[in-house]
Write a protein that binds this ligand. Structure first.
Ligand code: HEC
Ligand code: HEC
Ligand code: HEC
Ligand code: HEC
Length: 128
């Protein structure tokens, strides 16, 4: 009886470790596109286009990757930037606005191709 229990614990532990390891690998890949579904209106973000076509350096957005080796775990913004500011990290709204809108605003000022800067150009309300 006791031996059987130990066996089950070992097998379950092994299966869990596989889950954790594969989860860690899955985290290393960004989706081609993200949709931030927030009350003010959904924001679409073309990760692949921003990173690959526009050739934006990863650390411009993933500032926490600075000084890390390529291939080291990338964390999503919201693992630090929560709904409300916590510690030194500002709220997710401020972080995204400063990053996304900030770059679009700068580019527009410099008369370069830019992404949307108006509220409802980024935030699209669901049609009723
Ligand atoms: C224009 C800004 C921007 C650039 C450039 C960019 N990313 Fe991202 N990346 C994001 C945003 C925003 C997310 C979504 C994060 C979230 O959901 O919090 C993301 C998500 C990710 C994720 C998934 C993280 C997770 O935990 O789900 C990975 C991995 C990633 N990016 C890697 C990269 C790499 C590697 C590069 C450079 C080749 C890069 N990114 C360039 C903004 C950017
Ligand atoms: C590991 C935690 C962590 C992650 C992940 C992270 N941030 Fe930050 N971020 C911080 C902290 C802490 C600060 C404030 C101190 C500093 O500037 O480093 C900050 C500052 C910023 C600032 C500057 C705010 C200002 O007032 O000037 C922006 C913009 C920003 N983050 C955007 C992002 C975006 C976009 C992502 C995801 C692509 C992201 N951050 C991921 C922790 C993080
Ligand atoms: C470092 C600069 C930079 C950052 C940071 C950035 N963008 Fe952009 N974005 C651009 C440029 C440049 C274009 C214009 C591309 C074009 O005209 O082909 C663009 C275009 C767009 C578009 C228009 C549709 C498309 O995919 O071309 C949307 C929507 C957009 N960005 C959303 C975002 C969001 C949301 C974020 C933050 C998560 C973000 N951007 C961060 C530079 C940036
Ligand atoms: C470049 C794209 C972009 C522009 C322009 C922009 N936002 Fe955002 N906004 C975002 C992103 C990305 C988030 C973060 C979504 C998340 O936290 O998942 C956000 C979050 C928010 C939130 C918090 C989430 C919610 O629905 O309560 C509010 C409110 C908001 N934006 C209002 C505005 C207003 C008002 C303007 C115009 C002054 C504006 N935004 C312009 C991309 C943009």
């Amino acid at each position: 009886m006791k031996k059987g229990l130990v066996c089950i614990v070992v097998v379950v532990g092994f299966l869990l470790s596989i889950l954790v390891v594969s989860g860690a690998f899955a985290q290393q890949k960004a989706k081609d596109e993200y949709a931030f579904k927030v009350p003010y209106g959904e924001v679409k973000f073309t990760h692949k286009k921003h990173a690959e076509t526009l050739k934006t350096d990863c650390v411009v957005c993933h500032h926490e990757m600075k000084g890390k080796k390529p291939g080291e775990a990338v964390q999503g913004c919201k693992s630090c930037h929560k709904a409300k500011a916590e510690g030194k990290a500002g709220s997710s709204k401020d972080a995204y606005h400063k990053s996304c809108k900030g770059c679009h605003d700068e580019a527009k000022k410099a008369n370069k191709p830019a992404g949307p800067t108006g509220c409802t150009q980024c935030h699209v309300k669901a049609k009723k």
